[in-house]
Design a protein around this ligand. Sequence first.
Ligand SMILES: C[S@@+](CC[C@H](N)C(=O)[O-])C[C@H]1O[C@@H](n2cnc3c(N)ncnc32)[C@H](O)[C@@H]1O
Length: 319
Amino acid sequence: MQALLKQLQHELVRYKAEKNSIETVFIGGGTPSTVPPKLYEPIFKLLKPYLQEASEITSEANPNSATDEWLQGMYNLGVNRISFGVQSFNETKLKTLNRAHNPQMAIKAVNTAHNIGFKNLSIDLIYATLGDTKELLEYDIATAFSLPINHLSAYALTIEEGTAFESKKEMAKEELELTEWLFKKIKAHSFEQYEISNFGTYHSEHNKGYWLYKDYIGVGAGAVGKRDTLRFYPNPIIENYIQNPLDIPTEKLSYEDIKIEKVFLGFRSCIGVSAELLNKEELQRAQLLCDEKKLTYSAGSFYNENYLLADEIALYLTS
Ligand SMILES: C[S@@+](CC[C@H](N)C(=O)[O-])C[C@H]1O[C@@H](n2cnc3c(N)ncnc32)[C@H](O)[C@@H]1O
């Protein structure tokens, strides 16, 4: 946390951050709920003058480590949104996912956060896992909506390198029909889908900031920052990061890099893709997709109706 603070001081200068200029803060991970609120105090003290009045300040948390004291401590620091890594309310599935919490701990943590005063609460669920059935997912959705949440993220299980699952690729099993059914179920609770994985009556400003390609400061081991056409990569190895938090390799983004990213982000979310970004051929293809009712066009931008087709549409358009 001291190394992170040092980097944050450096970045606020590098980004020429002005008072009241920071719109959102997102504390992610790893698992922020393993760090006692006291250790966040210096960071919030430094950030305070830069934060806009009603800035959205989110922290991720795991139910097993989001104690009442931790939640109260983060609330007192000014955190006004919690995203709980619940994954499922099915005991067996949680064990299969090697999660350290059980369904009761997840339900208690969300209710405790609500009672403390958090208005914006979100839970993460993982789907496309071996063993998923309509019954199991139906129970997860019903339990989720019995809780005081206004946002839900649903992620298809991906097998990440260097994780316990790397040798168990069969654990990730997506059936498109089940995924479409799951999305419909979530939307039936009037949670609008505003991105491939994100639903809510509340839309996360921080997430939208990424998709609108706004600049963001990334601090901490393994974080990523972006300013104009530069992307910054603080050292992902914690020991090295603590040794020298200002050793931050930088990537220069080309016009093409930025364009491709904007197209993918735009079609995966409610943000859409500006026609100005597209060249003549791409505009013709986009028009074709409009004729096929796969895209809509309004106020200078193209919008994707089916986020599950987002990457295909982006590839078709830009290749
Ligand atoms: C940045 S992660 C937060 C890390 C979190 N502390 C954890 O234990 O996974 C945000 C969410 O990503 C999802 N996630 C984590 N690993 C995943 C995987 N391999 N595939 C799909 N989603 C994953 C989980 O829903 C998690 O709550």
